[in-house]
Design a protein around this ligand. Sequence first.
Ligand code: 6CM
Length: 256
Amino acid sequence: EKKKKELSLPKPQQVISLSPNHPLYDEINEVTSAHMRRLLTSSQEEEDILWTCITDQGDLKVFTRKLEENGIVIDPLKAVATVRGITGHEVCYYFWEFENRLEWEATLESTRIVEWLSDDTFINNNVIKRVWPASQRDACFWSHIRHITANSDEGPDSWIVVNYSTDHSNCPANKYVRITMNVAMICQTIIEPPANGGEISRDNITVKITYTADVNPGGWAPASALRTVYKREYPRFLRRFTQYVIDKTKDKPILF
Ligand code: 6CM
């Protein structure tokens, strides 16, 4: 059953498979393009001025910018990681595929599909574990996966997943404090073919991951506790998640 699902992964999409008549069509395209633009146009100099590095583990760096709105912490977060042995397609697929999310997302209590919009986009409801003394939170967002080819106007070959808050009648914000988010995982795969001209193996591939998260906790939460949670949980998530992808794919053919 599981095997069948993995073999029917979505084919590379350069365009959204959602109908242009869908009310979210424009928003999904615009938000996805904005993430690509942001990645491709940011200069190192600008990055160094804007962001503060809060974790530097060599292959994994996490940055934030201190930002508050009416006393609520909305620090934007960015992480850059390079991981050997997996592709951008694999990373994005497993980030988007919600079924095993509890295995790698330690802050999550439960997750459910609210509605499938198309084969690359669904509406999701996450319930986040309660962090004392704050109230428990949840989120409702569309989750969209896309392949952007190298020869398109938007730059190098990339895979992207965007999770962006939305409202849905089957997901009312009446039980928890509703957080809002604009999260993107963008991946580029670097292939170093073996010198002897042999077949490309997992040793020859490295993925560069850029993960950004703009999260509004949707109501007051103690600032220092929230920042402590972020500083601990985001690096932990990236480590756990990328290890999860390595474990899931190690005996499978490479999904380019
Ligand atoms: O991006 C991640 N997961 C995605 C799939 O579930 C999705 C979720 C993002 C939610 C990020 C919110 C995290 C934490 C909010 C805590 C609020 C509690 C208040 C406590 C006050 C003391 O895009 C991975 C997310 C990894 C999170 C560490």
